[in-house]
Design a binder for this molecule. Structure first.
Ligand SMILES: Cc1cc2nc3c(=O)[nH]c(=O)nc-3n(C[C@H](O)[C@H](O)[C@H](O)COP(=O)(O)OP(=O)(O)OC[C@H]3O[C@@H](n4cnc5c(N)ncnc54)[C@H](O)[C@@H]3O)c2cc1C
Length: 391
């Protein structure tokens, strides 16, 4: 009997899983990839849209059949995953049964989880750079700023890409140019964690704080926002303090997407997975990328990053094939990963290491250089070249 493997979500993890499944499954087996849009950019490009170095159009990939030969692409809103019935429900687009499933639906943004944030975004005193439209809009807002304080606020944990809020602070300062250097506009970053990128350890966090300090960007760790007053332009924090801003650049609260929650695979919505194989507690169901809660040996979750989602996509593809009793490599997730920390002026630092190391991740932050900035640009070119093939 031919098998059907369904992959949910055509982002970093799902695209890789679908393409790699096609390499290991027999041609008669179906691979069905479902996404609501089949159009998005690599996360790292969002920062460059924020800085104004890219337009949203330039970094949007629209994968077609030519990029995914042998994969059935279904454009639909996934409403519900029924694990017991081995079926995915897609509303008017119908239901799809599966023999094996890969869930790669990413993380949702839940602006309503921080009181006052929806109104602050609505009235324009706040902007966010976690979507292409948001990043482009925030760029325009920063351009219009003559004086005052830009507050970069991490609203809650977990959030995608541990470096992104601090890269945003650097790039906002870079965009402001003389207005920042001359002191007319200040830039301050606030985060619930005591240090940036806590999973990488205090040495990396302190190094990043030092780099912000050198640039004149304030870092205020251990500050959990509880509410925003969009009229007074203030943020209230759990420690009872209040801070004012003239423009708020916010990392909105993240939440598991509804379709993922409907699977019941995770007690709080994020899906626990085997850190080596991406298997969930349901036989034949694997999950990769931002939808998951992959716990490291030190009990902290693996950061939500494309570099991990892609590696996990390959692992899941091979493990699905093995689950279906095919002869595929027993590929395991290694936890090796790297990310760039853009600091402006065409320079980027690079954090890299082994996130599954015992007893805790071993991560090194390498000095900013133009070579790392170029490496990041190459990653963007590779992504667009791989997935933006037109039919
Ligand atoms: C500002 C920023 C900077 C970043 N920089 C980096 C970086 O430098 N390096 C790095 O490695 N990572 C970076 N990331 C993180 C990276 O973008 C994500 O970790 C990665 O995209 C996760 O991949 P994923 O496959 O899990 O989810 P996604 O790529 O988010 O894909 C999820 C897919 O599921 C689809 N979907 C969701 N719900 C439904 C539904 N109900 N029905 C149908 N389709 C649905 C979506 O349309 C989407 O295509 C950054 C992220 C941000 C926001």
């Amino acid at each position: 009997m031919n098998k059907t493997v369904v992959v949910l979500g055509a982002g970093a993890g799902g695209l890789t899983a679908a393409a790699d499944l096609r390499k290991v499954l027999p041609a008669e087996d179906r691979i069905v990839l479902v996404d609501r849009a089949f159009g998005g950019g690599p996360g790292l490009s969002l920062l460059w849209v924020l800085r104004g170095w890219r337009t949203a159009e330039q970094v949007t990939a629209r994968p077609t059949a030519a990029a995914l030969p042998g994969v059935e692409m279904v454009t639909a809103e996934i409403e519900r995953i029924d694990i017991d019935a081995r079926t995915v429900h897609c509303g008017p687009a119908g239901s799809i049964g599966y023999d094996a499933l890969v869930i790669a639906l990413g993380a949702g943004l839940d602006t309503a989880a921080l009181p006052g944030l929806p109104q602050a975004l609505e009235t324009g005193v706040a902007g966010q750079f976690y979507t292409l439209e948001g990043a482009a809009d925030l760029h325009t807002k920063i351009e219009a700023m003559a004086a005052g304080r830009v507050m970069v606020l991490v609203a809650a944990v977990p959030f995608k890409c541990p470096a992104a809020p601090f890269e945003a602070a650097f790039l906002i300062a870079d965009q402001l140019g003389e207005k920042f250097a001359g002191g007319a506009v200040r830039v301050d970053a606030f985060a619930p964690d005591a240090l940036p990128m806590p999973v990488a350890g205090p040495a990396v966090g302190n190094a990043l704080v030092g780099m912000m300090d050198t640039k004149g960007i304030g870092f205020h760790g251990g500050r959990s926002a509880t509410a925003i007053d969009p009229h007074a332009c203030t943020v209230e924090f759990a420690d009872g303090t209040t801070e004012s801003f003239d423009l708020l650049a916010v990392v909105p609260p993240h939440a598991p997407v509804a379709a993922v929650r409907s699977s019941g695979l995770g007690p709080n919505g994020w899906i626990p997975v085997d850190p080596a194989t991406m298997a969930t507690r349901a036989p034949g169901v694997f999950a990769v990328g931002d939808s998951t809660a992959l716990l490291l040996p030190n009990g902290k979750p693996l950061p939500k990053a494309a570099i991990f989602a892609e590696a996990e996509g390959e692992v899941a593809a091979h493990q699905v094939a093995r689950y279906l009793a095919y002869d595929a490599p027993d590929t395991r997730f290694t936890g090796q990963g790297a990310c760039f920390v853009e600091i402006g002026g065409g320079l980027a630092a690079k954090g890299e290491g082994d996130f599954l190391a015992l007893p805790a991740p071993r991560v090194t932050l390498r000095e900013p250089s133009s070579a790392y900035h170029e490496e990041k640009a190459q990653q963007e070119r590779d992504w667009l070249a791989r997935w933006n093939i037109r039919s």
